[in-house]
Design a protein around this ligand. Structure first.
Ligand code: GH3
Ligand code: MG
Ligand code: MG
Ligand code: MG
Length: 300
């Protein structure tokens, strides 16, 4: 297992001996974080984003149930798996804990092998969920968001822009003469070039909410919420400059001796009444114009 794959477990217990025993037990396999009360558990969870929390129920000030409630109410923390570990050993206590959304419930005094087995099981579930999310949302070649993810985010951002009357810019980027590139340099080189273009685009999209996705083939889509046409065009110009700086030779392009792209952009008019598809179509029309006008340019 690579170091980066080591999963993080937060142990929250007001009893120092419990913290110590659980910490020592988990340390050989996981990165362990400790918290001695509920408030500290929430603070450590927010700061370190653990994969799993072993959460004591009975703690002064804020009990484990309240910690779990607050975790679930915070979008940044809601997904973290929680295993209650408690001296409350009635079936009703266990039922209450599981009903609140805990992944599991372990009673004290605990058996160390059982704790390790259940922690391993729930961390495996966490890894599998991440993998599924990745497979569903990320394009395998470019590592950008895939079209499915884009469609989802676009609909959400479009509604949000409409509701708040904020700007929303969208650009379609298509590699010029990419068929010739593949013919001249081979498909694997085409894949590498596409990955470089994708990275250049992603690096330039820096605002939270910005999204670069692979829409299909050699076409990327760039979504920039709360970004007007002027600002969005600046970002796209930066991307085109970064792609030019890559200086990927393309001798049979017919446009330039190196790989270039054409971009069609559009910005949602604050007073417009069109549907989300109309903004996309406008960008697509502008991309078509950029191609017709000779490629290697931006039309907004
Ligand atoms: P234009 O300037 O009009 O965009 O010309 P073009 O050759 O780029 O456009 P066209 O749509 O004719 O061809 C797109 C090419 O992109 C064809 C396809 O083989 C290639 N392509 C699409 N996806 C991939 C990919 O994942 N890897 C590689 N290597 N090539 C791809
Ligand atoms: Mg306690
Ligand atoms: Mg193309
Ligand atoms: Mg294309």
């Amino acid at each position: 297992m690579k170091i980066a794959d080591v999963q993080k477990v937060l142990v929250a217990d007001d009893d120092a001996v419990n913290r110590e025993v659980l910490g020592e037990l988990l340390k050989p396999e996981y990165t362990v974080l400790l918290a001695k009360n509920g408030a500290q558990a929430l603070e450590r969870a927010a700061r370190h984003q653990p994969d799993l929390i072993l959460l004591d129920v009975m703690m002064p000030d804020m009990d484990g149930y309240e910690v779990l409630r607050r975790l679930r109410a915070d979008p940044q923390l809601a997904h973290i798996a929680v295993i209650f570990i408690s001296g409350l050993d009635h079936p009703e206590d266990e039922a209450a804990g599981l009903k609140m959304g805990a992944a599991d419930y372990i009673t004290k005094p605990f058996n160390q092998t059982v704790v390790m087995a259940r922690v391993a099981l729930h961390l495996q579930v966490v890894r599998q969920r991440r993998m599924l999310e990745r497979l569903a949302n990320v394009d395998g070649l470019t590592e950008l968001a895939n079209r499915r993810r884009f469609d989802e985010v676009y609909e959400m951002e479009w509604q949000r822009a409409r509701r708040n009357g904020t700007a929303l810019s969208l650009a379609l980027l298509d590699v010029d003469a990419f068929k010739q590139y593949n013919d001249r340099y081979g498909h694997p080189a085409g894949d590498r070039a596409l990955r470089s273009v994708a990275r250049a685009a992603a690096n330039a999209m820096r605002r939270p909410g910005d999204l670069a996705a692979r829409y299909g083939g050699e076409e990327l889509v760039l979504l920039m919420p709360e970004t007007d046409a002027f600002e969005a065009r600046m970002v796209v110009e930066g991307i085109c400059e970064a792609i030019a700086a890559l200086a990927i030779p393309h001798e049979s392009s017919g446009v330039a001796p190196m790989l270039t792209v054409s971009v069609g952009g559009a910005t949602l008019a604050a007073d417009g009444r069109e549907e989300s598809a109309a903004l996309f179509e406008a960008a697509d029309t502008h991309l078509y114009r950029a191609k017709k006008a000779g490629r290697n340019r931006i039309v907004w």
